[in-house]
Design a protein around this ligand. Structure first.
Ligand code: NAD
Length: 369
């Protein structure tokens, strides 16, 4: 009997629907070639959801997301919705779905395809073969801590306040994910904080060390101050395997690491929750890029970030490592054959539309299976 996986596709705005159509084609191809059935449901998020439901994430959509085995998201946002009240803006749909599904671990690989080595701003020998995974805590820390706000003192001075706070459990659960993932890779975790100047950093270091000692003693653990990590990422990025860090540092370090590998149109991400009693976990996969309003509707968006996000879904939600690797290999082959979308194009490359790129990858994937 084939395994049945429920996928909820939230294409969103701008180029979201264009790139997600290619993901659906890839999912059908995987379905044809392996022992799984994907039950695909579609709904709206962001501006598209506001237009349809009056809110950027409706309760019904959230309920469907919670019932699915994985959510695949395109992107949200656009000028049309820029003047809405803050609570109704497209980005709120994204923040709400992550929070409501308790997706506390954000995974961002920085993987350098051989065909893209020259697109990096670093020397090719520094990035060739690069394969780092950044695990960022996503639902705690300074973006959510209280008190927060802008206060005005009696003398008219204004103070902007945000609070960095982490509990034991918030740190332990994301540390477990980092150790677990490292044990399936090169078995090394670097934990980053600023324990030299922040109490929350001291707690972070102690709790990560506790989980290491008691649950994952066979994984190699090192600690690094986050500012040093930022420097090491451009000095010698290949020294890292898995980096685990908090929400704020992770936001910055994951952008930095990802850009070592080239274009925004190539970067996937996963957001994971805890395992439930059935040993499955809530998960959402999305490209790092936004809705790219400047190119929306032109059929030229790069679908690779979304396709690679689907490859992450196969690996992290369905344990389909082989199929996931085959997608990565197919993307690499198509790029190294010189087929590129407009955002990647070089002098000798052949320019493909969004649909043509999707088709090329699928043809290659069929050959690889
Ligand atoms: P963006 O990522 O949408 O675009 C930045 C630049 O990269 C643009 O020139 C765009 O054309 C290009 N680009 C992005 N993805 C591409 C792709 N797949 N193929 C080819 N080129 C691509 O960021 P932005 O312009 O700062 O924001 C546009 C809108 O997207 C805003 O409303 C913003 O709030 C929203 N946004 C959403 C997300 C998300 O949904 N996760 C993330 C970032 C920005």
């Amino acid at each position: 009997m084939s395994k049945l996986y429920k996928l909820l596709i939230l294409s969103g705005d701008g180029i979201g629907p264009e790139v997600m159509d290619e993901v659906i084609k890839v999912a059908k191809c995987v379905e044809e070639k392996s022992d799984v059935v994907f039950e695909i449901q579609k709904d709206d998020i962001g501006g598209a959801a506001y237009d349809r439901y009056g809110v950027p994430l409706s309760d019904e959509t959230l309920a469907k997301a919670k019932e699915s085995h994985a959510v695949l998201l395109g992107a949200v946002g656009g000028e049309k919705w820029d003047n809405l009240d803050f609570s109704l803006r497209p980005e709120q749909g994204l923040l709400s779905i992550r929070k409501e599904m308790d997706l506390f671990a954000n995974l961002r690989p920085a993987l350098c395809f051989e065909s893209m080595v020259d697109a990096s701003s670093l020397k090719s020998e520094l990035v060739s073969g690069l394969d780092i995974l950044i695990v960022r805590e996503l639902t705690g820390g300074i973006y959510f801590g209280e008190p927060r706000g802008i206060e005005e003192k009696s003398d008219g001075t204004r103070i902007g306040i945000n609070t960095q706070s982490y509990t034991t459990e918030e740190i332990r659960r994301v540390a477990r994910i980092a150790f677990e993932l490292a044990s399936k890779r090169d078995n090394r975790v670097t934990s980053c904080e600023k324990s030299n100047v922040m109490e929350s950093g001291i707690l972070w270091r102690e709790e990560v060390s506790y989980i290491h000692k008691n649950e994952y003693p066979n994984v190699e653990l090192s600690h690094m101050y986050a500012d040093n990590c930022a420097m090491q990422l451009v000095r010698n990025p290949k020294q890292f395997d898995v980096i685990v860090t908090d929400n704020l540092f992770g936001d910055i370090l994951s952008d930095e690491a990802a850009m070592l590998t080239g274009s925004l149109g190539m970067l996937p991400s996963a957001s994971l929750g805890a395992f439930d009693s059935n040993n499955s976990r809530k998960s959402l996969y999305e490209p790092v890029h936004g809705s790219a309003p400047d190119i929306a509707g032109k059929g030229i968006a790069n679908p690779i970030a979304s396709i690679l996000s689907f490859a992450m879904c196969l690996k992290y939600s369905f344990n389909m490592d082989k199929e996931s690797d085959l997608i990565n290999q197919s993307v690499n082959k198509v790029l190294s054959d010189g087929y590129k979308t407009a955002d990647l194009i070089g002098d000798d490359d052949k320019n493909l539309s969004t649909v043509e790129m999707g088709d090329k990858i699928i043809n290659q994937l069929k050959q690889n299976f």
